[in-house]
Write a protein that binds this ligand. Structure first.
Ligand SMILES: [Fe+2]
Length: 602
């Protein structure tokens, strides 16, 4: 086994999670896992766009611009550029020259220069000057879109089908009928697989139900109190229209008077209670998305396979060739992100309500509890009960994801058959045996066991490639299209959850949203995370741009790779057809193969 690269379980604050050990040096990530040069060009162009957008916003909102305003705007852009470059493209250990103090100091100063206006959606809309408003901005307060978000949005693997209601979610048939109409009943919906739930009970410990104060930054000493909750929500497929609709929300786990059941009924008395309850669900979903679905179960999982691959396979090994491009840029983004996103006062701390150490602990917990074999894509769908196409007719993430899973699986199966004629060939491959043992001994991947058969190897490789490509794309690029628009989703609510069904107003709802600086920061980070596409599924190139499988080197591989690319084209046609046949509320282009980078690099 190579000693060139080591594991570390000491990368703060994710202590215990196995990662690449870059502690000795400031060696950059291994050359074979570098992102290609265009990555940095694309990144710089996006940083420029974010800065131009921010400047244009301030210039349009300050009535009479002074020299000092100009200097402050430029300084703010400089600070943010440095921060973003450190986050995404650092060749060395991330170090930030400017503190967040100076950022908030200047941002607050500029904020005080803005034209006074009543807080309203226009505050958030006015921040999109050069950057286009995301898709979700078109659907503010739209219930059908809120439901569609679960099926094609930023965290599409959470919804579960239920055949009975949990004891702590006492929705009555009468209430169900108020939303879904008298021709349906809760019982018949439950029996016909039409009832689905979100339950964020597992956020336990990483929420701030009583509110948690965090410094606002700058020298003001101000603090912002943020809230988040272990919300529950129920959705159902309508018995007549087949539409997937939200029905009820409970803003916490306990069924009690101060935690009532909010219903999706549109009347003046209940409207703003319902809208506030939806924001509570969104806050829980965002916290779960970042800690679990995105960081924990794609970025940190892929890190293990990337490290094990460069430690155990020689470059000529067929599995090295199959896997290496699926790890392009992964170690770099992961290590930079941990410092720049998970540090005190950084992105995660600022945008989620709970104490930072609790958020880190929860990320560790999600990653450590994730069972490898239980989470193959088709298995997760079965486990969540979402495979019934009568009960849930259109589920874009399921429908497109299954196509991609099968495309990858067939390609891997045909590729592996070229090199492993039978199960015995697996046991006699020392490099493969070492790779498996390294993952078991050092990678801490729950449930990862010895590989003894060809079909098991195919499934393991399919899971790794799917996680690095489609699964990450599903949760990453929707950050821009869905999560970016502040009035649709924030991780830390500035005002507490509604505690009664009545007496809620639009002002209460607006009070839950963050101020202009934080909203502007969100536009910046989500533009970078959601717009930087590097590579695509079906492409097999080294970081230096050379083909991994140059034509003519192995005719069998050439033929199988061609078939893979053909199957991805068929999947593209399938998705395009679904996106235009009226079965989807809005097109789901996230899993179109050309939109799926082969690796996690952003
Ligand atoms: Fe990502």
């Amino acid at each position: 086994m190579s000693n060139k690269y080591n594991w570390s379980t000491n990368v703060s604050p994710l202590i215990g999670i196995p990662m690449f050990d870059n502690s000795q040096s400031i060696i950059d990530v291994p050359a074979e896992l570098h992102p290609r040069d265009e990555y940095t060009d694309k990144l710089n162009a996006l940083i420029q766009k974010v800065n131009d957008n921010m400047s244009a916003y301030y210039l349009s909102q300050i009535k009479i611009i002074t020299e000092e305003d100009h200097r402050d705007i430029n300084k703010l852009c400089e600070i943010l550029s440095e921060k973003y470059r450190a986050l995404f493209s650092g060749d060395k250990e991330v170090s930030l020259k400017y503190t967040d103090e100076s950022f908030f100091e200047i941002a607050s100063k500029l904020d005080s220069r803005l034209e006074a206006s009543d807080p309203d959606l226009s505050l958030y809309d006015s921040q999109y000057k050069i950057i286009e408003k995301p898709l979700s901005a078109e659907f503010i307060h739209d219930n059908e879109f809120f439901a569609y978000w679960r099926l094609a949005g930023s965290n599409p693997g959470v919804i579960k089908q239920v055949n009975f209601l949990p004891k702590n979610f006492p929705l009555t048939d009468a209430d169900y009928k108020k939303v879904m109409g008298p021709s349906d009943s809760l019982q018949s919906a439950l029996e016909s697989n039409r009832v689905y739930m979100l339950d964020y009970a597992d956020l336990d410990g990483a929420v701030a139900e009583e509110g948690f104060a965090k410094p606002e930054g700058g020298s003001s000493g101000n603090e912002i109190i943020g809230y988040s909750y272990k919300a529950m929500a129920l959705f159902a497929t309508h018995n007549v229209t087949g539409k997937f609709m939200p029905v009820a929300i409970q803003c916490g786990q306990a069924a009690e008077d101060s935690n009532p059941m909010f219903l999706a009924i549109d009347d003046d008395d209940h409207r703003w209670g319902w809208e506030r309850a939806k924001m509570v669900v969104q806050g829980a979903d965002k916290t779960h998305h970042q800690l679990s679905s995105h960081l924990g179960l794609t970025h940190l999982l892929a890190e293990v396979f990337a490290v094990a691959t460069i430690r155990n396979f020689s470059e000529a090994h067929p599995l090295y060739k199959l896997l290496i491009s699926h790890f392009e840029g992964t170690i770099r983004i992961n290590h930079n992100a941990i410092v720049a996103l998970l540090g005190p006062g950084q992105f995660v701390d600022n945008l989620m309500a709970a104490e930072l150490s609790k958020l880190a602990e929860k990320t560790i917990e999600y990653r450590e509890k994730f069972n490898f074999y239980d989470n193959f894509f088709p298995t997760t769908l079965l486990n969540r009960g979402v495979t019934d196409t009568k009960g849930l007719p259109s589920y874009p993430y399921r429908d497109d994801g299954l196509r991609i899973w099968h495309d990858i699986n067939s390609w891997v199966q045909r590729y592996i058959k070229i090199f492993y004629k039978n199960d015995a060939a697996i046991k006699s491959d020392r490099e493969l045996v070492n790779w498996v043992n390294d993952i078991i001994d050092n990678g801490k991947v729950d449930g990862f066991i010895q590989i003894t058969t060809v079909s098991q190897l195919v499934d393991v490789l399919t899971m790794i490639i799917f996680t690095c490509s489609a699964q990450h794309a599903a949760v990453n690029f929707t950050q821009r299209s869905y999560m970016m628009y502040t009035p649709q989703m924030v991780g830390t609510l500035k005002f507490e959850k509604p505690k009664s069904l009545l007496n809620n107003t639009k002002a209460h709802w607006l009070a839950m949203l963050p101020g202009s600086i934080r909203a502007l920061t969100r536009i910046g980070i989500y533009t970078l995370l959601g717009e930087l596409h590097n590579g695509y599924l079906g492409e097999y190139t080294y970081a230096n741009g050379k083909e991994i499988f140059p034509k003519g080197e192995n005719l069998e591989v050439d033929a199988e790779l061609e078939l893979f690319r053909e199957s991805l084209k068929l999947t593209t046609s399938f998705i395009n057809k679904r996106n235009s046949d009226g079965s989807r509320l809005v097109p789901y282009d996230t899993l179109i193969p050309a939109n799926i980078p082969a690796s996690i690099n952003i």
